[in-house]
Write a protein that binds this ligand. Sequence first.
Ligand code: PMP
Length: 287
Amino acid sequence: MQEYCWLNGEIIPVGEAKVSVLDHGVLYGDGVFEGMRVYNRRTFKLAEHLKRLQQSAHALQLEMPYSIADLTQACEQLINTNGMHDGYIRLVVTRGEGFLGLDPRNCNQPNVFILYRGLKMGHDEIQQRGARLITASVRRTPMDVLEPKIKTLNYLNNILAKMEANQAGADDAILLNHAGQVAEASAANLFIVKNGILLTPPLEAGILQGITRDTIIELAQQNGLTVAEQPMSLYDVYNADEGFLTGSGAELIPIGEVNGRKLKQAVGPVFQQLVQAYHRLTRGEIE
Ligand code: PMP
């Protein structure tokens, strides 16, 4: 089946979609992106993702050539063209083609593209046993180096963290911040449960403000749970009753162990309650 993408206003076969080798997204990682899931042809939290994209671009003084309404329509058009009911959308905005030097003033036309792909459903084993995590030696980008709220194309330390996890035979890595506190996983936010309270690192820990994180906080509160955003150490995670990771692509992933320390429950009751609520929400069964 022919796979299509959306590139600068046009739907074209993925094989024909090209961006220049002089695009500063390619040369310098100068750009922003979003990743979203589509459930039954509906892009979950599309408005929230497009708002974050717009804010990321604004923070980098990257002029988006398309409005939120244009991009909403583009996603819908692409889903209809590809025909898949469920999948993953990647929306990328680069600084565009320029001179070889990094000065962005010579980049006049950002490139915007959207990919829509099927997802490998290989998470079953991890969903049952809980993810094995390690801590990465590389730290989360500090706020005074590059604001972690901006979802830039600069993912090198997240990639290095993932490589460390791969080499250790783990499923993913936790990145600590500069103060040694828990920040997040390579591409997901982190939650733990202690004495019935749901805890997650605050934005000040230097994390991406995950849209799934926001959704889970809201769902937990609706389900009568107390939620606190507070700094957390590895000790807190080791001694948690349960824990899980959240992300648009990842959804909810239970944490089985961290650096060889097993959590009390790999797949605990709070996780199970929230994962069910999350699935009902993504399928449009609850508001
Ligand atoms: N942190 C990082 C570094 C990420 O890349 C992601 C995935 N976008 C997340 C957290 C989770 O964010 P969201 O729930 O918005 O997908």
